[in-house]
Design a protein around this ligand. Structure first.
Ligand SMILES: NC(=O)c1ccc[n+]([C@@H]2O[C@H](COP(=O)([O-])OP(=O)(O)OC[C@H]3O[C@@H](n4cnc5c(N)ncnc54)[C@H](O)[C@@H]3O)[C@@H](O)[C@H]2O)c1
Ligand SMILES: [Zn+2]
Ligand SMILES: [Zn+2]
Length: 335
């Protein structure tokens, strides 16, 4: 992408040498997500142009460096798109997803919208042969859900609201249930997306345009209220109601990327003694958990797959997304 909305195709040379611990991947499927769409619109807070997009994907191992032991040629894999320095304090304490010098492929470093792509062995995760390439490309957003739901500590016996029923909110809500939340309510302004949540086994849904957030959450949780809230819409109105109505002393986890920086109501934060957690992508173990949960079928992914476009039709994929309005979940590029 040269500039917002301007996609250009280029012929590039094949990578010719591999480091000892590097793996050459042949890319198969690439998912397009909310963050990519922000980049398409020029509204991502941290992406310079030009940029090669593509950060959620599945691939096949094409060739191996001399010392690679983790994978064999032909295996189905994906890899974390995180280039980290390994030297800063967050990296040294294991919080490398928040590396001081983090570069995310597809945003601050070239992404995988290419036939061939080189990754270091330590970022690669294998998935089973029986799992489709579509499901393989959903490992990344699923890992976002694993990580975010682990941020506030145990969800056991807590009531949870997830605001935003896009792919991310959907997967967060599914993981909240797996992690033992008592009741989970997902909210959106789109009935299409709320019905997708239902198809994925999330029975508590609320369209805040039809019933106010306040009334809808009271009806659903009754006197118990809710103790944990995930912001997965990335808009001011969503953040506002979570801060206002989460139980005092409760937890609010921020996943949304805001195209317009929101105003935070410090009254609720301070006087309700709330805990606000950021949640940045994932770590390796989150990818491994995502593979296990998708392949075992505990995380339901079928309803999330909307449509695939061939690589040459990348611009059409974005036009389709625009045309569909709210009536899509995951659109993929087929290499
Ligand atoms: N933190 C991370 O690691 C991480 C990773 C991936 C994506 N993201 C971000 O998470 C957000 C969600 O991603 P996505 O791919 O599901 O995006 P999406 O745009 O598909 O989904 C957002 C949903 O929020 C809904 N929404 C809008 N206003 C709302 C409101 N007031 N209340 C409730 N819902 C409302 C929209 O209708 C939509 O269904 C995006 O901002 C994305 O950039 C963060
Ligand atoms: Zn993404
Ligand atoms: Zn670092």
């Amino acid at each position: 992408m040269m500039l917002p909305g301007v996609i250009e195709f280029r012929d590039v040379a094949e990578p010719d040498t591999l480091g000892d611990h590097e793996i050459l991947l042949r890319i198969k499927k690439i998912g397009i997500c909310g963050s990519d769409i922000h980049v398409y619109h020029g509204k991502h807070p941290a992406t310079p142009y030009p940029v090669i997009q593509g950060h959620e994907y599945s691939a096949v191992v094409e060739a191996l460096g001399n010392k690679v032991s983790k994978v064999k040629k032909g295996m189905k894999v994906t890899a974390r798109p995180q280039q980290v320095c390994g030297m800063c304090r967050p990296c040294k304490k294991g919080q490398y997803n928040a590396c001081q010098n983090l570069k995310v492929e597809g945003f601050q470093a070239p992404g995988v919208a290419q036939d061939l792509f080189v990754v270091p062995e330590d970022r690669v995760v294998v998935f089973p042969d029986e799992m489709s390439f579509e499901k393989g490309a959903l490992i990344e957003p699923t890992a976002v859900g694993v990580h975010a739901t682990g941020r506030p500590g145990s969800l056991k016996d807590k009531n949870v609201v997830v605001s935003g029923a896009g792919t991310i909110g959907n997967l967060v809500a599914q993981f909240a249930k797996i992690r033992g939340a008592k009741k989970v309510l997902i909210t959106d302004v789109s009935n299409y997306r709320l019905n997708k949540a239902k198809e994925c086994g999330i029975s508590g849904i609320l369209n805040i345009n039809e019933t106010s957030f306040d009334k809808g959450t009271r009806d659903f949780f009754e006197a118990e209220g809710f103790q944990v809230a995930f912001e997965a819409a990335g808009v001011q109105a969503s953040l506002d109601v979570l801060l206002q109505f989460v139980e005092k002393g409760g937890d609010v986890i921020i996943l949304g990327v805001y195209s317009k920086n929101p105003v935070v109501n410090m009254y609720y934060l301070g006087e309700h003694e709330l805990n606000i957690y950021g949640s940045m992508m994932y770590r390796h173990e989150d990818y491994e958990a995502a593979v296990e949960m998708i392949s075992s079928g505990r995380i339901i992914t079928g309803p999330l797959l909307t449509k695939s476009f061939p690589f040459e039709k990348f611009p059409e994929a974005y036009m389709f997304i625009e045309r569909q309005g709210d009536r899509y979940m995951k659109v993929m590029i087929d290499m």
